[in-house]
Design a protein around this ligand. Sequence first.
Ligand SMILES: Nc1ncnc2c1ncn2[C@@H]1O[C@H](COP(=O)(O)OP(=O)(O)OP(=O)(O)O)[C@@H](O)[C@H]1O
Ligand SMILES: [Mg+2]
Length: 250
Amino acid sequence: MTFENVVKKFGDLTVLNDLNFQVERGQRVTLIGPSGSGKTTILRLVMTLEELTGGYIHVDGVPLTHLERGGKRVARRHKDVAQLTRRIGMVFQQFNLFPNMTVIENIIEAPVHVLGKSKEEARARGKELLEQVGLGDKADQHPSRLSGGQQQRVAIARALAMDPEILLLDEVTSALDPELVGDVLNVLRDLAETTDITMLIVTHEMQFAQDVSDRVLMFDSGHIIEDAQPDVMFSNPTHERTKEFLRAVL
Ligand SMILES: Nc1ncnc2c1ncn2[C@@H]1O[C@H](COP(=O)(O)OP(=O)(O)OP(=O)(O)O)[C@@H](O)[C@H]1O
Ligand SMILES: [Mg+2]
């Protein structure tokens, strides 16, 4: 995945200004940085929940939403964008499960309606995924009957049901009671160990970030100010701004 001269503005506010970085296939990259530095915006751009103001994002060399043609920046057709985004999954801080559907209905919704899987096939895979996240007995419950940690594990299973090549994780444990955080992080650690899914992670769980990340990017005001391996970033950062930030959060 490549960000090339990415610009994102909300009205007069420029959040990302000429952002460039690359994430190799299969890499786990954690984004850290102060509130408002643009971390969520970056994930939402990849998920195409926000529109780029300028620049390009490529996934495996394929332009995500815009391409350059004859020196001009051209938007891709919706159909082509959708083709690519079905390979990208996102898990949100607030779970975002469909409250009117059971757990298994949440999980099979996109595989059935987007990928065209049969309900039987989607259910079978959904059940497997629920087992994997430790919720094999919750398929027919409604989300409101589950704890936050359980809901978040359903959200992870739902994302995995689309067999994503890229998984975007935006502070997925921030809304949880502290005692529920561990189960969710263990599911993600397991996923990092047993799959080659590319992961772009925003988290304040620095130990988790250190354990699963190949690289950590420190953002400030929409720029990458430091790009390092986790052991270096967390124990011996170069930049004063990074030191200050880590002192505040650790
Ligand atoms: N839909 C929007 N409309 C207007 N401004 C927005 C919108 N979404 C984000 N912003 C602004 O863009 C900036 C970056 O926001 P973003 O959510 O990406 O930050 P963040 O790094 O994820 O912060 P946090 O750590 O608090 O989650 C902020 O100033 C925010 O107020
Ligand atoms: Mg955010």
